[in-house]
Structure formats: C-alpha cells, structure tokens
Design a protein around this ligand. Structure first.
Ligand code: NAD
Length: 409
C-alpha cells in the first residue's frame, strides 16, 4: 500500500463516520495543485546536476497552505502527496487557520557542498515562487532542510516579491524566526503525552520510553520527557542504538551525540541493533525518525502500551489495525507532532505583526493549543466510540469539509 493510499484509508474511516458522500470525499482528497519541477545547477566541479522537486498544495479551505520541504533521496510524488494531505488534517486538528502542503527534492543533501545546496534551493524557489507566499503557501523545514535553507528561500523569494518574512517559517531567529521553534515538535509531543496520561489519571514520570531517532524531534522529546521525570531507557539513530534499563542520562547523551554524531557508543548505555528499538520492553514507544517503520510484518513484536507518533506516518494502515487489536494506545502524528506547525504558525503571526514573542509566551500558547486540541479530539472519540487516530481524522475532516462548504464551490 502506498503512503497516499494509507493516508486516504484513515480519511475514509473518518468520512464514513461523518457520512460524507462520494463527491465530497473526492473533493477533499484531491490535491488543489501538484507541481513537479526540474532543478538544475552547476556543481563545484563544473558539471551539470539535475534533480526533481515537488510542491503539492493539498487544500486551502481554512487558510494559506502550510507544510515542510524535505531534501531526501527517497522523496517521490506519492509520498509528498500523502504528507501534504496529512498537513491539511494536522493544521485542522490543532485548529490553525491554515491548509496543507508539502514539498521536497529527491536529493541527498549530505552529498552536496553548502554552495551546491544553496544553488539547488534557489533554483527550486525560482520555479515555485509564483505559487508560494505568506497568504498562499508557507513552506518550512522538514527532513534534510533547516533554518539555513529557509533563509535562502526567503532571500530568493525576496528577489521576485520583495522582503517578506512570512513566506517561510523555521527561519533563523535573526531573520524573523520564532523563539521556541527548535524545540516545538518535541515539546508539543510532551504536552500531548501529558494530556493523554492525565486523561487516565497518570503522569509522564510514571512511564519508561524508547525513542527512535535523535534528530530535532527525537532529541527534544527525549530531553523534555527526561526533564518531566520520564525514564528514557532506549534511543536509536541512523548509526545505531543505546539502552540503559536504569534510564539514560539524556543531557549527557545529547552532549555525546553532538560531538560524535552518533548515539551508539554512548558510555552511559549499552549498544544494540537500531532495528530492535521498536520492540523494547517499555511503556511508551516514540517513533521520531522515518515514516512507515511500523508494518504488518513487525507490529506484533511491539511491547509498548502506548505509541506517540513523533514522525509523520510511522504506522502503516495494517500495523495500525494490529496494534489497535493488541490494545496499544496510539496518539496519531496529526496531533502528536503538531507542535512544530503550531509554533510555525506563531512565527508567521509574529512576522505578520512585526512583533516578537518571548519564549515563555510561545511555550504557553503551544501548551494551550495542544490541550484544546486534545479536548476536541476526546469529545469526538467519546461521541463515536472510536480510537484516537480515527477521532483526530474525523475532527479534522469535519473542520475542513465545513470550511470548504461555507466558502462555496
Ligand atoms: P532529523 O533529520 O532532525 O532527524 C531524524 C533522525 O532520525 C536522526 O537522528 C536520524 O539519525 C534518525 N534516523 C534516520 N534513519 C533512521 C533509522 N533507520 N533508524 C533510526 N533512526 C534513524 O528529522 P526530524 O526533523 O527530527 O524529523 C523526524 C520525523 O519527524 C520526520 O518523520 C518528520 O517528517 C517528522 N516531523 C518533524 C517535525 C519538525 O518540526 N522537525 C515536525 C513534525 C513532524
């Protein structure tokens, strides 16, 4: 099953509950605009390089479209379409005045020099600048892109349309980025976990955690869960994994990883194969690396009672059914990792107002947004007697559908 087919299956489950007809479903699923462009530039050695870039604008019923730009060798049209639609549902779940989009270039950014990466980014912007903007489509970082790439996008866009900070989020602080954006997805995941556990009369500190990925999302989630008293016992990254049943010293691990670019040799833990991270004997599993890691083939080996989806689409549709049947409680990506886009929204608000919030204000507003969304999802869950993922999708699809109908077709 492709990523788009899987995402649409979740959509149809929600559409069934909402009793949407075939025409409404077709309208809500079909992307607003699909862009595929050639991005060519001269490499440092004088040779010509050509890559394919995508921008999928999925829906703008509730406001400007919003979504990251990913630089990764496996970027393809199907994946970007799926991720763009997930952004539509995600912004609706947390009730941001946005639609959904996603973009990417099928490239390994590590194989390019900084100069080559800059030229590639600028070429991409030259191809899409007419269809992005603060009131149309606002890109942000995703896997393989960062604040520096956003700064280049801002600068290239300015050549065509004038200096407009709100055209991208996830920018460097010096160029209108928001305080708290770096930690936002991990922090949002912590707030989501607090809401979920409080709903069952428990706390973050009651549980043990295994976290797949120690990049932006995974490392911040690990740090903040550790600070909240949760016991992080296993962490993996692309190089390997480390575990300590007594609890990893996460600040020391972060320091070690920053220097060695790996978690696996951490002296405060024992190395183990990264593929085994998902099957550790812990209470809570946090996939925070790649999509599609929990599959029909491996879901049965999961021992956690909770899965908090830090990554986008980490759970295949078939795996979702297996884990649900096993009684595993899953907080879906469209809610659990929505902290990033929420603070991106706060960044855009600050840009539009030309006013800067302090970090406490950002974090306080983020907490409020995650708590409100949790209460909204819970109300739908109770109404329909469904799981958290179905409830989140149902809430989102209802909001987008209503906005689209009210605007008129
Ligand atoms: P990142 O590039 O900063 O980090 C990715 C991490 O995953 C790295 O530690 C890498 O080593 C690890 N990794 C890669 N392959 C792995 C493997 N096979 N096994 C174990 N670890 C592996 O990316 P990120 O920004 O942290 O994003 C992670 C996920 O979260 C992605 O799915 C992304 O779409 C999603 N997400 C990110 C944000 C955000 O604000 N950064 C927001 C929402 C969702």
């Amino acid at each position: 099953m492709t990523a788009t087919e899987a995402t649409n299956k979740y959509f149809h489950r929600a559409a069934d509950l909402l009793k949407l007809d075939e025409h409404q479903r077709h309208f809500l699923i079909t992307p607003y605009r699909e862009i595929k462009v050639e991005c060519s530039f001269i490499k440092d050695d004088g040779t010509l390089a050509t890559y394919v870039g995508f921008r999928i604008q999925h829906d703008n019923s509730r406001g400007p479209m919003k979504g990251g730009i990913r630089f990764h060798p496996q970027v393809d049209l199907d994946e970007v379409v799926a991720l763009a639609s997930l952004m539509t549902w995600k912004t609706a779940v947390v009730d941001l005045p946005y639609g959904g989009a996603k973009g990417g270039i099928a490239v390994d950014p590590k194989a390019l020099t900084p100069g080559e990466l800059q030229r590639l980014t600028r070429t991409f912007v030259q191809k899409i600048h007419d269809v992005i903007g603060p009131n149309t489509d606002v890109p942000a970082p995703d896997m393989g892109t960062n604040a520096q790439v956003m700064a280049w996008i801002l600068d290239e866009y300015a050549k065509f349309h004038g200096y407009t900070t709100g055209v991208v989020t996830g920018k460097p602080i010096e160029l209108g980025g928001s305080l708290g954006r770096d930690s936002a997805t991990g922090r949002g995941l912590l707030y989501a976990a607090e809401c979920l556990f409080a709903d069952g009369g428990r706390k973050v500190s009651d549980f043990t955690y295994a976290i797949q990925g120690f990049g932006n999302v995974g490392s911040w989630a690990a740090k903040l869960i550790h600070e909240a008293g949760g016991k992080v016992v296993a962490v993996s990254d692309v190089t390997g994994a480390t575990r300590n049943p007594a609890g990893l010293d996460v600040p020391a691990l972060a320091e070690y990883q920053a220097q060695s670019k790996s978690v696996s040799g951490f002296p405060g833990g024992t190395p183990f194969p990264a593929e085994e991270l998902l099957f550790q004997s812990v209470d809570v599993l946090v996939p925070a690396a790649l999509g599609g890691v929990l599959t029909e083939a491996n879901a049965g080996r999961v021992r956690a009672k909770y899965v908090l989806e830090g990554a986008n689409h980490p759970t295949d549709f078939e795996a979702d059914a297996i884990l649900t049947a096993m009684g595993v409680v899953m907080l879906p990506d469209i809610y659990a990792n929505a902290g990033g886009v929420t603070v991106s929204y706060f960044e855009w608000v600050q840009n539009v107002q030309a006013y800067r919030w302090d970090e406490e204000h950002v974090n306080r507003e983020l907490k409020k947004t995650m708590a409100k969304a949790f209460a909204d999802i819970k109300a739908v869950k109770v109404q329909h007697g469904c799981d958290w993922r179905t409830a989140a999708f149902t809430l989102a699809v209802a909001r987008v559908g209503k906005a689209a109908m009210m605007r008129g077709l």
